[in-house]
Design a protein around this ligand. Structure first.
Ligand code: GLU
Length: 481
């Protein structure tokens, strides 16, 4: 059992490619097979090494480890040319001298007659004299593979069941090598190189998006012509946006980088991509690890219909993952994001050194963790712990309300320097309330307004204890008075 992911390094790792990778990986792990990579970099203008690096790094981040060094398609061009030569020798392929102008004219005529565009096989059976005449004119040639209109192509698709294509629906004889002088073989094209490489890599199962179905029909003809055994195919459903159209750049995020930058975790994204088209068996939770999914994955549970992208579900999964994180794990993920903001737990709020920066940061993570949906929330929610916030309208009103001032003044009078325990803090609150003669609620609400500049926020006592050692709690209460 050998599967492969064959990304073209013409852009960063796309969510569709990543989802294809997930299905390949799950199937390989379930079956105890090999998950291989092939970098399809034959488009010299658009392929870039930095995209290859991005794709590999993205797969690694998602936890989709592969089993051998990636095959680099551009290093195999001699094999591709040899296969084309074999097809020329066996008469399954031929040179086509039709010029671009002639082909354009042909397509325009077809369009005018409301016919589907297809090559009309005009150079399929040139005589040696006709060929010589074109060569003498200085014409270059593409190489085309014969596709007989009466051919019937069938396969048993692991997702879509019995498939059947008519040769007449494949657009006429297919170009397998770009235009080149007639004594040469031009650059080999996608369908040909994929077949040659998949055969050479002994790929047993090709798992890819359903946008490749027509290619599969063509590729099956090539396997047969080259005398190679065809793999089993599984065509996975496309990812659709909310409106039911193919997910595109306009939907905001298409690259794994984008999700990562928005604070989604690898675990949640991998979990979510698995659910894009696959449903877990009865009794299995929707929140699972890749390893858990791999233990039960099969194509019977992959849908034929397109999979709609559901932000709510992704957000839910991501929050589940973040809520399961230990403070240590969260800190490792949040600290780099905080550093970008210029925040350092070692200096704490307002640049005053926190006595035990790691403990302080871990307590902050423990406080914020349960309310995070994305890691990016861990920036906004941590902000008041690193920067003194402005007082918003609601906070100002609270601070101006009856009893607020005496309550905070009574607390400030009793506030010691340095860290406090929760018990000591509770004690101070009780004393201040008694001294000021206000209800406890007035002091609590006013303290929240003073410390956070807002009436919303995380647990008040913990917030205070975190702002206490650096003197920041005192400074904020004083300011509000
Ligand atoms: N390079 C092709 C793509 O990215 C590979 C398709 C395939 O899996 O055969 O679409």
């Amino acid at each position: 059992m050998r599967v492969r992911l064959a990304p073209s390094p013409t852009g960063t790792l796309h969510i569709g490619t990543a989802r294809t990778a997930v299905f390949n990986w799950l199937f390989a792990r379930r079956q105890g097979g090999q998950f291989l990579l092939r970098i399809e970099d034959t488009d010299k203008e658009r392929s870039k090494p930095e995209y290859t690096a991005n794709i590999l790094e993205g797969l690694q981040w998602l936890g989709l480890n592969w089993d051998a060094d990636p095959v680099i398609q551009s290093e195999r061009i001699a094999e591709h040319r040899a296969a084309i030569q074999q097809l020329l020798d066996s008469g399954r392929a031929y040179r086509c001298y039709a010029s671009e102008a002639e082909l354009t004219e042909m397509r325009e005529r077809q369009a005018a007659e409301n016919r589907a565009p297809r090559y009309d096989n005009r150079h399929r059976d040139l005589t040696a004299e006709q060929e010589q005449a074109y060569i003498a004119e200085g014409r270059e040639a593409t190489i085309r593979f014969r596709i007989n209109d009466d051919a019937v192509i069938t396969w048993s698709d692991l997702v879509r069941g019995e498939m059947r294509w008519a040769g007449s629906d494949l657009g006429g004889d297919m170009v397998i090598a770009r235009r080149a002088p007639a004594d040469q073989i031009g650059d080999p094209l996608y369908n040909l190189v994929v077949v040659v490489d998949d055969a050479a890599m002994a790929i047993s199962h090709v798992i890819r998006g359903e946008d490749h179905i027509a290619n599969t029909a063509k590729q099956l003809l090539l396997y047969e012509a080259l005398g190679a055994a065809a793999p089993v195919f599984a065509h996975t459903p496309l990812i659709l946006n909310k409106e039911g159209r193919k997910l595109s750049k306009r939907d905001g995020v298409t690259s794994v980088n984008d999700f990562r930058a928005q604070g989604y975790t690898a675990e949640a994204l991998a979990n979510y991509m698995t659910l894009l088209g696959w449903s877990p068996p009865e009794g299995m939770d929707e929140r699972f690890s890749l390893a858990e999914a791999a233990s039960v994955f099969d194509f019977d549970r992959v849908n034929k219909a397109g999979a709609r992208f559901d932000w709510d579900k992704l957000n839910w999964l991501n929050s589940q993952v973040l809520h399961e994180r230990s403070p240590e794990q969260l800190l490792a993920e949040l600290q780099p994001l905080w550093a970008v903001q210029g925040w350092d737990p070692a200096t704490g709020p307002s640049g005053v050194s926190a006595a035990t920066p790691t403990n302080w940061a871990l307590e902050l993570c423990a406080l914020l963790g349960p309310s995070l949906t994305t890691l990016a929330d861990g920036i906004e929610q941590a902000r008041p712990f690193f920067e003194r916030p402005e007082l918003n309208e609601a906070a100002l009103q609270q601070l101006a309300s009856e009893g607020a001032r005496p309550a905070l003044a009574a607390l400030l009078e009793r506030l010691p320097e340095g860290a406090l325990t929760a018990e000591a803090a509770q004690g101070l609150l009780g004393e201040a309330v008694a001294a000021a003669g206000v209800k406890k609620g007035v002091l609590m609400k006013s303290l929240r307004a003073a410390l956070l500049g807002s009436l919303q926020g995380p647990d008040l006592l913990t917030t205070w204890l975190l702002l206490q050692p650096s003197g920041e709690a005192r400074a904020r209460i004083s300011r509000s008075l």
